[in-house]
Design a protein around this ligand. Structure first.
Ligand SMILES: NC(=O)c1ccc[n+]([C@@H]2O[C@H](COP(=O)([O-])OP(=O)(O)OC[C@H]3O[C@@H](n4cnc5c(N)ncnc54)[C@H](OP(=O)(O)O)[C@@H]3O)[C@@H](O)[C@H]2O)c1
Length: 313
């Protein structure tokens, strides 16, 4: 464990001139704030990947109001619960761009009732892991082409959570029907453990790209929507709102919550351990025993590949 890195986006983000950036879940919460931070530092373009067009255009208007000098920000339609939507998003991106410097796989859902994605994966595992795994796979050719250019510095930042500690016994339950018997937090834990393992294997297979996973901290965003349905949890969140200023790793709002992923996307690459898992801000962390299990990482990679291949990807 290290000491929290001081990071002030306005002064610490270097010039991003010429870089093309893609952020999933950019229409709300941490993704939107991350784009707000990055847009002020002159990248060529930022793709705000999101499934709800009206929320995406409202987010772009808000970001422009906050950062009048913002670079071009383009809504890329993307629904991570559908492989065909992901493939269309990757195709649209590749038709427009010949480089991708920073991919931030940020979108996510948490504590949802059991349901399945279009291809039949548990909704949290399917959205948070399978969807991003396919998107990353389809964007890898352009990421690798960019990495091969002189002076390139290509990053993949995957947003995980300390919630990965809640993964079920064994780490990953492959049988999606068996996941119905696990409570929603264990299912979320599995999806976030998968984000850490996927990142470790990505770094091992593609060392020319810097891939890290990060826990953003705890920040009340729309992610906590399902908790607000329950009176006691709602009261708990109210009490929490009074306590958060004294809790380490807890942030009042998305300005604090987006720091770690923005740091990971822009800090000098010599400061990052490829495949590493970081707590806020910039603290290399161990995570759970499952999260360090390279045998499990390899198994998850191979299982995911086999699943994607079943659908022709
Ligand atoms: N907030 C925290 O305390 C916390 C803690 C640990 C980890 N995280 C992680 O941080 C990331 C961002 O969370 P947040 O707090 O910013 O939550 P948020 O405000 O709820 O934002 C989540 C984003 O993901 C998008 N999304 C959800 N399902 C999607 C799908 N099927 N296709 C495309 N986009 C989808 C949402 O889009 P829509 O608006 O269209 O639904 C939204 O833009 C997540 O990966 C989460 O697990 C957050």
């Amino acid at each position: 464990m290290g000491v929290t890195t001081s990071f002030e986006p306005a002064k610490d983000i270097p010039s991003l001139e010429g870089k093309v950036i893609l952020v999933t879940g950019g229409n709300a919460g941490l993704g939107k704030q991350t784009i707000t931070y990055l847009a002020a530092h002159s990248p060529a373009r930022i793709y705000l990947a999101a499934r709800t067009a009206s929320k995406a255009s409202a987010a772009i208007a808000d970001i422009r109001a906050a950062v009048p000098s913002a670079c071009e920000i383009i809504h890329l339609p993307l629904d991570l619960t559908s492989f065909s939507s992901i493939a269309a998003a990757a195709q649209t991106f590749k038709a427009r761009e010949s480089r991708l410097d920073i991919l931030i796989n940020n979108a996510g859902v948490m504590a949802c009732p059991y349901s399945l994605t279009k291809e039949g994966y548990e909704i949290q595992f399917g959205t948070n892991h399978m969807g991003h795994a396919l998107l990353t796979k389809l964007l890898l050719p352009v990421l690798l082409e960019t990495a091969a250019q002189d002076g390139a510095d290509v990053r993949i930042v995957n947003i995980t959570s300390m919630g990965h500690m809640m993964a079920p016994s064994g780490g990953i339950l492959w049988d999606q029907a068996a996941l119905e018997k696990q409570n929603t937090w264990r299912r979320y834990g599995q999806s976030k453990l998968a984000n850490i393992l996927f990142t470790r294997e990505l770094a091992a297979r593609y060392p020319q790209i810097t891939s890290v996973s990060i826990h953003p901290g705890v920040i009340i965003t729309d992610l906590y929507q399902s908790l607000r349905q329950n009176f006691f949890l709602k009261m708990g969140m109210w009490v929490y709102a009074l306590l958060f200023p004294v809790l380490p790793g807890h942030f009042k709002d998305t300005r604090g919550g987006a720091l770690n992923q923005t740091w990971a996307a822009t800090v000098g690459k010599e400061k990052l351990q490829n495949g590493g898992f970081y707590k806020p801000v910039g603290v290399l962390a161990q995570g759970s025993t499952y999260g360090r299990d390279m045998g499990l990482a390899k198994k998850l990679w191979e299982w995911t590949e086999a699943e994607l291949e079943k659908y022709g990807y």
